[in-house]
Design a protein around this ligand. Structure first.
Ligand code: SF4
Length: 306
């Protein structure tokens, strides 16, 4: 088997929300959606980028002195990183004494990554396993497929979290090696989808139809994250519920409560967060109300993730 390389930005251990049991989650770099509320904005760009962590910086100035192309400068007594400059970032990362400059991701070959996640194998026997997340794992389908096959050959349970904005061929390459598929359906109305994510949902809708008519349809959970002002409307939940239950009445549908944790990551990647003030999570009653809307629009199996 070829030893393919892929780009990942994190490996998180002991996750309990990304599938059953205790799991190790691998975060793949690159995503074609630009969701206004994205919880992993460092995973959107397909390119590796250097990041600057001001809390770790002791302002020694070594990076500025050694910067050859203006990638690190002093501005108003603050250190500023400009990732658009073609700097020797490896050198500056090594020079920094505190780890305040670091790559946002790493390239890794599939056998090395397999070895890393298999070091957690003792924890997988209690219904756990490995989940691919991102970013969008299906943008690296050969690498993802090879990793999943290696895991399944060792009897490890595999899952994926995908937004499905990929050519259907990518999905078909990876599907045989998956035990469980979490597929997002964020917004059903196309113009609303473009407003919130900058892209059409046509391809996502086609891929959802494929998944829910495939022989893996019982292993699929369609998910909608409840984002105030974007996805969390009665109209959107009703439209999604009608659509997915119209294809497969036994479909599993999960609504995820808003998670207000993302704000701190945005200044790292130079993006604006969609909320000036981070909204609160929805109450139990509000989540039950959305679940009831899904139910009354044809979905029999509705789950709430608080
Ligand atoms: S070398 Fe590191 S610690 Fe020193 S100023 Fe630069 S970022 Fe800060």
């Amino acid at each position: 088997m070829e030893n393919l390389k892929g780009t990942i930005f994190d490996v998180r251990r002991f996750a309990t929300h990304d599938g059953g049991g205790i799991r190790t989650t691998v975060f793949f770099k690159g995503c074609q959606l630009l969701c206004a509320w994205c919880h992993n904005p460092e995973g959107i760009s397909t390119k590796r980028r250097a990041l600057y962590f001001d809390k770790k910086c002791i302002h020694c100035g070594s990076c500025v002195k050694n910067s050859k192309c203006g990638g690190m400068t002093f501005q108003d007594e603050k250190i500023v990183l400009d990732h658009t400059k073609s700097e020797d970032w490896d050198e500056l990362i090594q020079i920094c004494p505190t780890g305040a400059i670091a790559w946002d991701s790493r390239e890794i070959d599939v056998y090395k990554l397999f070895g890393e996640v298999m070091s957690d194998a003792p924890f997988f026997k209690y219904d756990g396993g490995v989940t691919l997340s991102g970013g969008e794992p299906l943008l690296q389908p050969d690498f993802a497929g090879q990793l999943l096959k290696l895991l399944q050959d060792r009897g490890i349970h595999t899952a994926i979290e995908t937004a499905l904005l990929v050519p259907i061929e990518n999905l078909k390459k990876v599907l045989p090696y998956l035990n469980h598929i979490f597929a997002d359906c964020k917004i059903f109305d196309e113009s609303e989808h473009i407003r919130a994510t900058k892209v059409s949902n046509k391809l996502i809708i086609q891929n959802l139809e494929y998944l829910l008519t495939s022989d893996k349809k019982r292993d699929v959970v369609i998910r909608t994250p409840m984002i105030p002002e974007y996805t969390a409307t009665e109209k959107n939940v009703a439209e999604i519920a009608k659509f997915i239950s119209g294809i497969f009445p036994e479909v599993n549908y999960e609504i995820l409560n808003y998670n207000p944790l993302a704000l701190a990551k945005y200044h790292l990647v130079g993006r604006e967060f969609c909320f000036k003030e981070n909204p609160k999570r929805f109450s139990k009653e509000q989540m039950n109300h959305f679940a009831e809307i899904a139910h009354s629009n044809g979905v029999r199996n509705v789950f709430i993730d608080e």
